[in-house]
Design a protein around this ligand. Sequence first.
Ligand SMILES: NC(=O)c1ccc[n+]([C@@H]2O[C@H](COP(=O)([O-])OP(=O)(O)OC[C@H]3O[C@@H](n4cnc5c(N)ncnc54)[C@H](OP(=O)(O)O)[C@@H]3O)[C@@H](O)[C@H]2O)c1
Length: 300
Amino acid sequence: MHALQFAEFGGPEVLRWALAPEPHAGPGEVRVRVLGASINPVDWKVAGGFMSGGQPLTGTGYLGRDGAGVVDEVGDGVVDVHVGDLVWGLGSATQAEHAVLGSWVPVPDGVDPLVAAAAGVAVETSERGLRLLGAEPGQTLFVDGGSGGVGAVLVQVAVARGIRVVASAGPANQERLRAIGATPVVYGDGLAERVRAAAAGEVDVVFDVAGKTDVDVLLGLVATPHQVLSIANFEAAAAGIQLTGGGADSRAADALAEGNRLLASGALSIEVQRFAFAEAVQAYELSLTGHVRGKLVLTP
Ligand SMILES: NC(=O)c1ccc[n+]([C@@H]2O[C@H](COP(=O)([O-])OP(=O)(O)OC[C@H]3O[C@@H](n4cnc5c(N)ncnc54)[C@H](OP(=O)(O)O)[C@@H]3O)[C@@H](O)[C@H]2O)c1
C-alpha cells in the first residue's frame, strides 16, 4: 500500500506518496481502507521535526491523526463494528491507503465521508477544551481563531450546547463565522475592545485556538487566568492559563459521539477542500499559511 511519508525532517518538499508496510488492527482497533484523511497543523509540525524534542528522525515518518474509511480489519475485542462498515475517527498514520483507528463512530447516513474525515481532531479538541474551561450553556465564550480547522468546529459545538460565542477571524471569514452562529470580530490591534463590544457584557471563558494573540490581551477579557485555555500558545504557561495538548485530558469516545450527533442533525458543517494524496505537498503548503478556511482533506 501507499502512505504519505518522510525520511528527513523538513517542509512539504520532504513528503513522498510511496510504498509502505501495511498496518494491522491490534486489540481494540480497526483498520480502514481510507477514503479521506485531514491535514492538521500537527502534521507539518511533526514532519518539520518541531515535535521531536530535539531528537533526530529514526526510521520513516508517517502522518495523519484522523480520517474516514471502510473497515477492512477488526482487532480482538471489537464488537461494535464489522468489515464493510463506513466509519470516521482518530488514529495514526491515517494519510495512507490503509490506516488503524483507535476510536471511531459510524458515518451517519447522508453525511459526506470526506466531511466526517475532517472532524476527528477538531471535535476531540473542541470537547476537551470546553470541558477543561467548564463552559456552560448561557455563558459567553470568545474563540480566538474561529474559522479554521479546529475553530469552526469549536464554534458549532459550543453553539449547539447553548453557549454564546464571539469568535475572531480575518476580514474574509467574518461572514462564515456569522453563518455558523458566532458574533464575528476581526483579530489584531484593538481585539479586546471589539470582543467586549460584541459580547455586550461579560466574557466567561476564552479558547485560544490560533495562539497568535498576546496572552495579556486574552487575560484582560476575564477575571482569572484559569478562564483562558490555549491549544497553541505553549509559551504562555507562565501566565497561568490552561494549556492542553491532549493525552490524559482526552475523552475521544465522548467527543466523537457528540460530533456524530451534530453531523447527523446538520448542526455541524465543515467546509472541506479536497486534494489527492499525490497533491499532498500543495495541500501542506496551504496548511502552513495558517489561514485555511475549514479543513484540507487528502483522498486516494
Ligand atoms: N493542543 C492541541 O490539542 C491541539 C489540537 C488541535 C490543534 N492544535 C493547534 O491549534 C492551532 C490551530 O489549529 P487549526 O487546525 O485550527 O489551524 P488552521 O486550520 O490553520 O486555522 C488557523 C486559524 O487561525 C486564524 N488566525 C490566523 N492568524 C490569526 C491571528 N493573528 N489571530 C487570531 N486568529 C488567527 C485563521 O483565521 P483566518 O484564516 O481568518 O486568518 C484560522 O482560522 C495549530 O497551532 C494547531 O497545531 C492544538
